[in-house]
Design a protein around this ligand. Structure first.
Ligand SMILES: [Zn+2]
Length: 227
């Protein structure tokens, strides 16, 4: 019985030590004038007709997201790219959006890029956004942030391959806990001239990023960078 007690104690020490080192890595203070930049892993799942064009688009949306999140000390790097079945190129139903879930990769931010996301039953938010611009919902989505219960992380991002360069930054904003914003120049708005996150949003993103690191929801690396 005593031996089991020793083994249990040993395991507890191991768990406590690894939890501590993860926490320290997340909060490590860099020397002197340097700041911590955290890089999160992103997996792209692609179902598009024009693959070279899609790859160029992915580069563009990644670099725009990195530009927008730099203020929060965060960047994103593609960890892998997977091809999806052709049947996903045009997503006609909500059911199809959920059919990609079994292929989602654990502990990365999953981004699914398809040619067209049809929206047969626009959400309240979509109807409101269209009404604000004096239009009806177009029946197509540029992007969506979708729950994936029991997965880690428990949401994924769906993007249309013809979207604007800032669509990934917007959906990543949702991933890091941000709701929509009224200012048409804010990344989290529905505006056509979105420019940046505000300071409050960057603080929310930083807080969520620390939580994601502490719970190891997404693979990450930390490095020191000159301010
Ligand atoms: Zn949104």
């Amino acid at each position: 019985m005593k031996r089991y007690g020793q083994i249990l104690l040993f395991l507890l020490v191991v768990i406590a030590t690894s939890a501590l080192s993860t926490g320290l890595a997340a909060q490590r203070i860099c020397d002197g004038d340097a700041a911590v930049t955290t890089t999160f892993a992103v997996a792209f799942h692609v179902a598009t007709r024009d693959e070279p064009r899609t790859l160029a688009h992915i580069e563009a949306i990644l670099s725009e997201a990195n530009r927008q999140f730099a203020g929060a000390g965060i960047e994103f790097r593609m960890s892998q790219q997977r091809m999806l079945a052709e049947s996903f190129q045009v997503m006609e139903t909500i059911r199809e959006r959920h059919q990609v879930k079994p292929g989602l990769v654990d502990r990365v931010i999953n981004v699914v890029v398809v040619d067209e996301i049809q929206d047969p039953t626009p959400s309240k938010a979509t109807r409101k956004a269209a009404a604000a611009q004096g239009r009806k919902p177009s029946g197509r989505l540029a992007g969506a942030h979708i729950p994936a219960p029991r997965k880690k992380p428990d949401t994924y991002i769906l993007l249309a391959s013809n979207g604007k360069p800032d669509t990934l930054a917007h959906e990543l904003g949702h991933f890091f806990g941000l709701p929509h914003h009224r200012d048409p120049q804010n990344v989290m708005s529905y505006g056509r001239d979105r420019k940046s996150f505000n300071e409050h949003q960057l603080a929310v993103i930083r807080k969520k990023a620390r939580l994601i690191q502490r719970r190891h929801i997404v693979n990450f690396t930390n490095r020191c960078t000159d301010r």
